[in-house]
Write a protein that binds this ligand. Structure first.
Ligand code: NZQ
Ligand code: ZN
Length: 386
């Protein structure tokens, strides 16, 4: 096992009426001017916006509205938020939304306190921000687990990159399944698949021998698969929504990564696909995963075979490890079809095939899994995804 230090800065308030439990206390700890950040308006339709404004007013806060954070948030939007935070002298940022809103706010929190360009700092000078505006997160769409980490995935339209930028941790996160009930079914499922993807990409990293983190990951994966199937019968099943919401946080709060080098090759490819097509994150992952794994498993048969047995519950019987590994990948591909996620880029509505080469040429190549891919093989994978 790799050495590690573990501590967690985010206090989680989980369950029904979690905001009512969290905000009166948490808002007392922060300054007077609060930036209320949200997306394209779902929070207004659902009533969450009015409810949160109520808590802010009761706590005597001045509200600075920062609206319109788009899915796959852009660096321009980060700059808009940071300029607003500077102008209004914001003391605290409250992000209300899914991964996109929370991620955008993580970097606004950093950019608001420096005149240096955060993108240049991190990607050119490899220097990370030293201070952040404090922030909290209220989750309305689960799957990314963004509320429990300090990585933000931001699209830089000038450089055609969608990349992970290090930003602020939320000091607290509110996870009330009720806030996700208005989420369209497609987004519920693609979010839950994102959680499964995070768990797989962590599990298939190194060391290759099974660790405690891997055994916890197996439980998270089984849980996600089971609960997506429950939602296929009843999208409003409260218990399943709750389980998936916590599974989402568990997959990205560092616990599954303890002692591991993670892989995240599917994510690196999907993020660049997102940079060029603005596609839905969970859908892109659903297309890429099975194809990628058929290219990788021979170099990591033991791990893939174990995943087939422990996660997809395929009996080993008289199968060779290689046959078992393939059966697991088949089960993943079947599951993706069963839950209505796309199996090709064309099904996702991507029409410009020329982006594939650009994605292959620019995505990060990771080495956490059993195989480091060449750019030629990434292109092959992307073409097989078409
Ligand atoms: O903008 P609004 O109107 O709020 O609509 C959003 C958006 O259109 C809607 N929505 C959210 N909550 C809703 C709702 N609609 C109805 N009712 C609700 N309660 O859902 C749409 C998608 O929202 P978004 O935040 O984009 O989805 P998600 O949570 O999947 O986040 C995706 C982003 O997170 C990044 C992705 O790359 C992508 O940019 N990721 C962040 C990660 C992290 N920070 O740890 C890890 C992930 O791997 C991922 O890369
Ligand atoms: Zn993801």
């Amino acid at each position: 096992m790799k050495d590690f230090i573990y501590s967690y800065p985010t206090k989680v308030y989980f369950g029904e009426k979690a905001a009512a439990k969290a905000l009166p206390d948490e808002l007392q700890k922060v300054g007077k001017t609060v930036m209320l950040a949200y997306g394209g308006g779902s929070v207004k339709k659902s009533g969450v916006y009015d409810e949160i404004c109520g808590y802010l007013k009761e706590a005597g806060k001045e509200i600075v509205d920062f609206a319109g954070i788009m899915p796959n948030p852009t660096y321009k939007k980060v700059q808009e938020g940071a300029a607003l935070a500077k102008e209004k002298k914001v003391d605290f940022i409250l992000a209300v939304g899914g991964g996109s809103v929370i991620d955008c706010c993580k970097i606004v929190a950093a950019q608001a306190l420096t005149d240096k360009d955060i993108w240049e700092m991190e990607f050119k000078d490899h220097v990370f921000p030293a201070e952040y505006l404090p922030m909290g997160a209220i989750v309305t769409a689960s799957g990314t687990g963004a509320e429990m980490n300090n990585g933000a995935v931001i699209t830089n339209e000038d450089t055609d990159q969608k990349a992970g930028v290090l930003g602020a941790y939320a000091s607290f996160a509110v996870l009330d399944p009720a806030y996700t009930m208005s989420l369209p079914a497609r987004q519920v499922v693609s979010g839950a698949f994102d959680t499964l993807s995070h768990s797989m990409e962590t599990y298939l990293g190194s060391p290759r021998e099974i660790t405690l983190s891997d055994e916890i990951a197996e439980a998270v994966m089984r849980n996600v698969i089971r609960n997506i199937r429950v939602l296929m019968l009843d999208m409003n099943d409260w218990e399943a929504r709750s389980e998936l919401m916590w599974a989402s946080a568990m997959a990205e709060n560092g616990i599954l990564k303890i002692g591991k080098v993670t892989d995240f090759q599917a994510h690196q490819i999907e993020h660049q696909l997102g940079a060029y097509t603005d596609c839905n994150h969970g859908q892109g992952l659903a297309v890429i995963h099975p194809v990628l794994y058929r290219h990788m498993y021979k170099d990591g048969v033991k791990q893939f075979a174990r995943m087939a047995e422990k996660v997809w519950e395929i009996p080993a019987e008289d199968k060779t490890p290689e046959e078992l590994a393939v059966a697991g990948i088949d089960a993943l591909a079947d599951f993706i079809r069963e839950i209505g996620l796309p199996s090709s880029f064309t099904e996702m509505g991507i029409t410009d095939k020329s982006v594939l080469k650009k994605v292959a040429d620019t995505c990060n190549l990771t080495a956490g899994c059993c195989k480091k891919l060449s750019r030629e093989e990434v292109l092959e994978i992307l073409e097989e995804c078409w």
